[in-house]
Design a protein around this ligand. Structure first.
Ligand code: SF4
Ligand code: SF4
Length: 454
């Protein structure tokens, strides 16, 4: 085994280990949410995956960014083939393992990757321009200040480095093949490198050229390994999570709100109707809605980790458009940030986060025994959740079928039903509904009006 092989195995192994830890953390954090079964037919879910996740159906409501996004997306999918070869070459110390085996097919595949990489390069430059110079409104909102903006730029810069690595590697390789260097099997005429290589590197001597080819190979590899380790900390995790997230998305029609059986049964019994399910007899008043991530469903948390921070939801949100504080994108980012905080604290095992710290018996930190004195309301203000009109525009527009409305409704339910708090006008309305069955507190007149019609 030569030095290069050893270095490759150490680096790839370390990246694999770090990535495993990162993805395991995400998995455990998603499970902090409540269990909730998936309803609906699996065939409908798979059709969503094909149309929305693979087919990018929702993206094509706006053609120009959709086309550029498609370039990067398809290039990403195709470069996995080349990555597979790099892994084999790295482990076994060979060069272009598939070239002699596949012959002309190899030339075709690598040429496709080169064309897609070139298109992805153009798209990346356009996205950097849009985000940093053109300042598209949805990409410069205050919730993107700091890390989210840096995160978005870092991945675009990484993309530029990745494509540079591909063309450096293939370009230098093409020139080396022309010089009949040993260890460089023929790849045929590649679509871009066969002319770009001689143009850029044709004047270099062979030893220097070999070093350039290796530099390109390592640059490509290091960026890929860096991506794999970095993704669990980035909004770009959506490149993996978009597929399962679309699969688990709610199949109900957009306007249908999740029922609360306990409340429904209570209302039915007040109206003298038969309850549909047996509601438990509570010794104390239970908490309704959501106060923290443990009260959300695991789907809500997965939604938060899948959010691409594209801001399409915020751009169509009537509350945001009319200057209110609410941004559905920020709601999803806040849920992710709070989940990360809880996950980190739990992983620390520090008993200061235990609900029963004074208990002499050692306790484990889990959803039942966790209390850091904070909640989702430390991230999401009351003003934000009150501004939501429940219009579902954010749900409709999301390219990866995220539902920002569901956690907003659950936070409101907690505030209204568990805290008996909320905006003054709402409390008046709910009291009127509860006491008089009418929002205007004029039940008798309302009844009379109804009878006039019949
Ligand atoms: S449902 Fe609420 S958050 Fe979503 S777009 Fe409508 S007002 Fe905005
Ligand atoms: S919730 Fe959907 S639309 Fe909104 S920012 Fe996230 S990915 Fe984009």
């Amino acid at each position: 085994m030569n030095m290069q092989q050893l270095l490759f195995i150490v680096l790839a192994g370390s990246a694999g280990y770090l990535a495993f830890k990162g993805y395991k953390r995400i998995y455990q954090n998603i499970l902090l949410g409540k269990s909730a079964p998936l309803s609906g037919r699996a065939s409908d879910r798979w059709s969503n995956v094909l149309l929305v996740a693979f087919g990018q159906k929702k993206m094509f409501k706006n053609w120009i960014p959709a086309i550029f996004h498609l370039f990067i997306y398809v290039a990403f999918l195709f470069t996995q083939i080349e990555l597979f070869e790099i892994m084999i070459d790295g482990v076994f110390g060979v060069h272009r393992f598939f070239a002699p085996i596949l012959g002309g097919l190899y030339t075709f595949i690598i040429s496709c990757i080169e064309v897609l990489s070139f298109l992805a390069l153009i798209a990346t430059v356009v996205f950097l321009y849009r985000r940093n110079l053109l300042k598209v409104p949805r990409l410069v909102k205050s919730e993107l200040n700091g890390w989210p903006k840096l995160d978005a730029n870092l991945i675009l810069i990484g993309e530029l480095l990745l494509v540079s690595g591909i063309f450096t590697m293939n370009g230098a390789d093409s020139v080396l093949q022309m010089r009949d260097s040993i260890h460089y099997p023929s790849t045929g005429n590649l679509a871009i490198s066969s002319w770009l290589g001689p143009f850029l590197f044709g004047s270099l001597d062979t030893v220097l050229l070999q070093m350039v080819e290796r530099a390109g190979w390592w640059l490509h590899l290091m960026v890929v390994l860096g991506f794999i380790v970095y993704l669990p900390y980035s909004k770009h995790l959506h490149i993996f999570l978009a597929f399962p997230n679309v699969y688990i998305s709610n199949l109900n029609s957009r306007g249908k709100m999740q029922n609360m059986p306990e409340i429904m049964n209570e209302v039915k019994s007040m109206l003298g109707m038969e309850a549909t399910t047996n509601s438990e007899a509570y010794s104390e008043i239970p908490d309704f809605g959501a106060k923290d991530v443990f009260d959300l469903s695991w789907q809500n948390i997965m939604n938060a980790y899948t959010c691409t921070e594209c801001g399409r939801c915020t751009a169509v949100c009537p509350a945001n458009i009319t200057g209110k504080k609410l941004s559905p994108r920020k709601i999803m980012m806040d849920i992710r940030d709070r989940t990360e905080e809880v996950g980190r604290n739990m992983a620390s095992g520090d008993m200061k986060y235990a609900k029963n710290k004074e208990n002499s018996v050692p306790v484990t930190l889990d959803a039942q025994n966790y209390d850091d004195g904070k909640s989702l309301f430390d991230y999401i203000s009351r003003e934000e959740i009150h501004a939501c009109t429940s219009c579902n525009a954010c749900v409709e527009v999301c390219p990866v079928l995220i539902n920002p409305l569901e956690p907003i409704l659950n936070l409101r339910r907690y505030e209204i039903l568990s805290e008996s708090a909320g905006p003054h006008e709402w409390v008046q309305l709910f009291n009127a509904m509860e006491n008089g069955g009418c929002v205007w507190q004029i039940p008798a007149e309302r009844e009379a009006w109804r009878h006039e019609l019949t």
